[in-house]
Design a protein around this ligand. Structure first.
Ligand code: CS2
Ligand code: MG
Length: 403
């Protein structure tokens, strides 16, 4: 089965998405997600200039060989742009292979280990009271896992609590990145107060999660992790930037609060030490950033040896295509943990008809062949690309910080 053409479709049904569509000489096509939020056009250029020309005529069935050809053949390995391009191609090729076998993707991977996958959704508030109200509402809507974030009193809204990361609300379509203000000193005592109030309000049979979004040092995380132990979090996410993987040893020495890391990782090497030294409990790699289905399968199988479970990243900037690939992997995976699912705009659902569906606090794959997601190019044409930036963060004294 030869690749005859590859299209890159860029559209913004509420936020920008980069979609790869691979056509074959047997009439089958597959689609993949290659979106890097805030740097979309870099991936488009990489695909159009350096990937598509060398794939035309290749055998679409040789997924692994094409993955290695694009990874090793570039010479300059790894990185978010390269790996998103490889991911988009890989997801599309797995879509084609499952369609050719007339099976849903999870069947090709090894069949179902579960019928539905547990998800978590986001709640953010400007005050603790607002966040508690939001979590109660999610609980009443049937959610069994909820991420809770709160703004810092006296500062403008921080990550996860304001419109700055919501392109649909105009939060990201800016000439320049929005600048947020951060204070570790004011944040550290606030979060345990939030989770005490949350446990008082919703009790213990709901999983509570929190995302620190790369902003602390290991010893600050050790302090926060200890302070949160009475509230039994499902996890504390991205407490520390993880370029120095060994630095998580310090966190492990001080706290039993579970740690989740990995949404910004794009290869197994980014997480090899964190997993093999059991410095984390959940690995957050997702199909669009970590090498597609091929990349996820490799990382999650490695993680299973070390008691580390999956937790695919799934905010609004991971498209319904990557969400489809994720949910099929989630359904098969023996060491499945949880699937993030922030939901999408109506325009996004219209642009990407999908077999996967939300059922309360869970997602189901559906039984469509392939990953079960398509793209409506007529709808895509109604939502042209808009340059958009993720926010940046500065400490109160102006020092650049992790956002
Ligand atoms: C966040 C993401 O969902 C999460 O865990 O870290 O929403 C992240 O901020 C965005 O994906 C950035 O594009
Ligand atoms: Mg995160």
């Amino acid at each position: 089965m030869k690749i005859t053409a590859i299209k890159v479709i860029v559209a913004s049904p509420g936020r920008n998405f980069v979609t790869v569509k691979i056509m074959t000489d047997q009439g089958l096509y597959g689609i993949g997600d290659a979106t890097v939020n805030g740097r979309e056009m870099a991936v488009v250029a990489y695909l159009q200039e350096h990937v598509i020309p060398i794939l035309i005529g290749k055998d679409a069935a040789r997924i692994e060989d094409i993955w290695q050809y694009l990874y090793k053949g570039a010479y300059w390995r790894r990185g978010p742009i390269t790996m998103a391009a490889i991911s988009g191609v890989d997801i599309a090729l797995w879509d084609i292979k499952a369609k050719a076998a007339n099976m849903p993707l999870y069947q090709i991977l090894g069949g179902a280990s579960r019928d539905k996958v547990m998800i978590y959704q986001h709640v953010g508030g400007l005050t603790i009271e607002q966040t508690v109200e939001g979590v109660i509402a999610k609980r009443e809507a049937g959610h069994v896992a909820i991420r809770a974030q709160v703004s810092i009193p006296g500062l403008p809204p921080i990550y996860g609590t304001g419109p700055s990361t919501d392109q649909a609300a105009g939060g990201m379509v800016q000439a320049l990145p929005v600048e947020e203000v951060w204070s570790t000193h004011k944040y550290l005592p606030l979060v345990p107060k939030l989770f005490q109030k949350l446990r008082d309000a919703v009790g213990w049979d709901v999983h509570l999660l929190h995302d620190t979004h790369h902003r602390l040092t290991p010893i600050e995380t050790a302090r926060l992790g200890k302070d949160l132990e009475p509230y039994r979090l499902f996890w504390l996410e991205d407490p520390v930037p993880a370029e120095l993987q060994e630095s998580f040893r310090l966190i492990r020495q001080h706290t039993t609060t579970p740690i989740a890391v990995g949404e910004v990782f794009n290869t197994i090497w980014d997480c090899q030490q964190l997993i093999s030294e059991q410095l984390i409990d959940y690995i957050r790699v997702t199909s669009v950033h970590a090498g597609g289905v091929t990349g996820l399968r490799r990382i999650f199988d490695f993680a299973a040896i070390y008691h580390v479970r999956s937790a695919c990243h799934g905010p609004m900037d991971v498209s319904p295509v990557a969400m489809g690939a994720n949910v099929h992997v989630d359904r098969w995976l023996p060491n499945f943990g949880i699937q993030e699912y922030s939901g999408y705009t109506e325009a996004t659902h219209e642009m990407f008809p999908h077999s996967w569906q939300q059922e309360g606090g869970f997602l189901v794959t559906g039984e469509a062949i392939g990953h079960g997601v398509d793209i409506d190019e007529k709808v895509a044409a109604r939502h042209p690309y808009k340059a958009a930036y993720l926010p940046v963060a500065r400490a109160e004294d102006g020092t650049m910080w992790s956002w």
